[in-house]
Design a binder for this molecule. Structure first.
Ligand SMILES: O=C(O)[C@@H](O)[C@H](O)[C@H](O)CO
Ligand SMILES: [Mg+2]
Length: 403
């Protein structure tokens, strides 16, 4: 049996901070897993190095399910982003090891390919509608079949995810959260115009997506969904905060715009009601924040019974290791919907050499045994950790808003 003989964490910042777990076995084979939790990276690093790694030494690396249960049940304290990211990293690394020993890409271990490739969506952002649509046209030229559109709202320059996502990973003046401004009224007025213009310019064939970033109340989200119906969105994402799952009933009562949620979910329990009551159409949980491939498989099977498809989170604050894991998963499940694909910096791609490739709007995980993603530790060491946070948003009167 391939015994776990050592494990370590690697923290690097080739543009954004990433935490990677590397597990070594007695067979000489190693596996890696993503443990990145944007803005709370070192909490997961400590959880792994102080509490998880000592428990792994000597175990059979092939016992993926048992090790998952051991870490989940054995901690006593269940769920939560730190715990589940740490378990996810172990899980991904063990699937990587199993694939390398079997000489098979992980998607083969998961049941084989259900499709020829994984449809992805890119991010088109801009300060103005015109700039956003210029960017979208550029994605369409590269073969993308699905594009997320976010545009500037007058008077809210710099608000996260509204215009230029780039603001985030550019070095800030301070390493504390940036403060931005939010006005629901302005946002609700300007967003339908973006999609009206998008259909005129881009035509009917492209899938168009939009991310609300948890910023609306359920009734406001119902109104936005209704206003967007003529433009036939693929989905409206994170329309309202989802701690209270029943609040999605209100959105559903008012609109047929498909709903996606879940990039911050950590377990099936965060979306059980959303799925069971068919209050959403796409579940966005992904490997690193929802307990790895093992837990995501269960979540997807449950979703499949309720006509909910997957749309895994794939922003640049998840490492290429997570992207690799997501692609094997996406390829192998029946109810895949779409995969988010926000390009990493060239520096990040160099630190994490990977077998996955993009062609004609689709990603493919490649045929390398395991996850097909590696880490160049010497290069990683050249980019030390830098404290960085997502921004906060305040309303015009200075009170805190949801993001
Ligand atoms: O759907 C998205 O890509 C965004 O919500 C990002 O994942 C989030 O801002 C964290 O970087
Ligand atoms: Mg999002």
């Amino acid at each position: 049996m391939p015994k776990i003989i050592a494990a370590k964490t690697i923290v690097t910042c080739p543009g954004r901070n990433f935490v990677t777990l590397k597990i070594m076995t007695s067979d000489g084979v190693y596996g890696i897993g993503d443990a990145t939790l944007n803005g709370r990276e070192l909490a997961v690093e400590a959880y792994l190095s102080q509490h998880v790694i000592p428990c792994l030494i000597g175990r059979d690396a092939h016992q993926i399910e048992d090790i998952w249960q051991y870490l989940y049940r054995g901690a006593y304290w269940r769920r939560g982003p730190v715990t589940m990211a740490a378990i996810a990293a172990v899980d991904m690394a063990l699937w990587d090891i199993k694939g390398k020993i079997a000489g098979l890409p992980v998607y083969q271990l998961l049941g084989g390919a259900c499709r020829s490739g994984v449809m992805v969506y890119g991010h088109a952002n801009g300060e103005t509608i015109e700039e956003t649509l210029d960017n979208a046209a550029h994605y369409a030229e590269q073969g993308y079949k699905a594009i997320r559109l976010q545009t500037g709202v007058p008077g809210m320059s710099g608000t996260y995810g509204v215009s230029k996502d780039k603001m985030f990973y550019e070095p800030a003046d301070s390493d504390l959260p940036k403060e931005t401004i939010w006005s629901t009224e302005r946002y609700l007025r300007s967003t339908p115009a973006l999609f009206e213009a998008a259909r005129v310019r881009l035509g009917d064939d492209l899938h168009l997506l939009h991310d609300v970033h948890h910023r609306l109340t359920p009734i406001e989200a119902g109104r936005l969904g209704k206003d967007l119906e003529p433009y036939r969105l693929f989905w409206m994402e994170d329309a309202t905060p989802a701690e209270n799952q029943a609040s999605f009933r209100i959105i559903r009562q008012h609109t047929t715009t498909p709903l996606a949620v879940g990039e911050i979910f950590n377990s099936i329990w965060d979306c059980k009601q959303l799925i069971e009551e068919q209050l959403i159409d796409y579940i966005r949980a992904t490997a690193v924040h929802a307990g790895g491939i093992t837990h995501l498989k269960k979540l997807a099977s449950f979703a499949d019974l309720h006509h909910v498809r997957t749309g895994c989170h794939g922003a640049t604050d998840l490492s290429p290791v997570c992207m690799g894991a997501a692609l094997h998963f996406d390829l192998s499940i029946p109810n895949f919907g779409v995969q988010e694909y926000m390009r990493h910096t060239p520096e990040t791609d160099a630190v994490f050499p990977h077998a996955y490739t993009f062609s004609d709007g689709m990603l493919h995980p490649g045929e390398a045994p395991g996850l097909g993603v590696d880490i160049d530790e010497d290069l990683a060491a050249k980019y030390p950790y830098k404290r960085a946070y997502l921004p906060v948003a305040r309303r015009l009167d200075g009170s805190m808003h949801d993001w």
